[in-house]
Design a binder for this molecule. Structure first.
Ligand code: DX5
Ligand code: ZN
Length: 221
């Protein structure tokens, strides 16, 4: 069985109690903390930045923090998040002027790098940088908001991305983000994903552990 990872998106957490929410979701069995950075420019919403990432580290959070940059320009934020204790830093290729350089900056900072593909963004951006990415993130909704419905066209794209990754021979995680929950995580895994972002499906439930356990049970089927 694949090495599945569950990455709750804190976009749907209670920001007034963020430290506690992150502790709770990790205690409930989450693997990564998915950290959505929105700038009201690349996407029509505004969230949190490097100061909050740093604060979570200071609070004692040791789990990998999976920073999803929905910002333009990209590069200025990379150094900030390296310093703030990010583990993964992923960005949208359309938002970067020099994709290869941005990826290199992330790895030079000691973080794992990744590219994020919007539903209509072609995977061709990967072709010349497969040796420079640790994560491919497929958006299964248009970025900007939690609680949207999973776009079924993502399943075919996941299969295509899985083949590209396997054929490359590189160790690259395949993550999916948007509308993931207990009801569809099984078919998403069957299409090739190994890392699952889920925001509202986890944080809008009363019992995070029961929800994550149910996700793992679906993945084990
Ligand atoms: C959307 C964000 C997602 C979002 C997912 O732009 O990148 O990470 O929080 O939320 P759900 O799981 O509720 O679709
Ligand atoms: Zn995200």
């Amino acid at each position: 069985m694949a090495d599945f990872k569950i990455a709750p998106s804190i976009l749907s957490a209670d920001f007034a109690r963020l430290g506690e929410e992150v502790e709770n979701v990790l205690a409930a069995g989450a693997d990564y903390v998915h950290f959505d950075v929105m700038d009201n420019h690349y996407v029509p919403n505004l969230t949190i930045g490097p100061m909050v990432c740093k604060a979570l580290r200071k609070h004692g959070i040791e789990a990998p923090i999976d920073v999803h940059l929905m910002v333009s320009p990209v590069d200025r934020m990379i150094g900030e998040f390296v310093d703030a204790g990010a583990s993964f830093i992923t960005f949208h290729p359309e938002a970067s002027d020099h994709i290869d350089r941005s990826l290199q900056m992330i790895r030079d900072g000691g973080c794992k790098s990744g590219l994020v593909f919007n539903p209509a963004t072609p995977l061709t951006y990967l072709e010349h940088v497969l040796d420079k990415v640790d994560m491919v993130l497929l958006m299964s909704v248009n970025p900007g908001f939690g609680g949207q419905k999973f776009l079924p066209s993502t399943l075919k794209k996941l299969q295509q991305a899985r083949k590209i990754i396997d054929d490359s021979g590189f160790d690259i995680r395949l993550e999916v983000d948007g509308g993931v929950g207990t009801a569809n995580i099984g078919e998403i895994a069957a299409a090739g994903a190994d890392t699952f972002v889920a925001g509202s499906a986890i944080f809008n439930t009363d019992d995070y552990k029961a929800t994550i356990d149910q996700m793992r049970a679906e993945l084990a089927k």
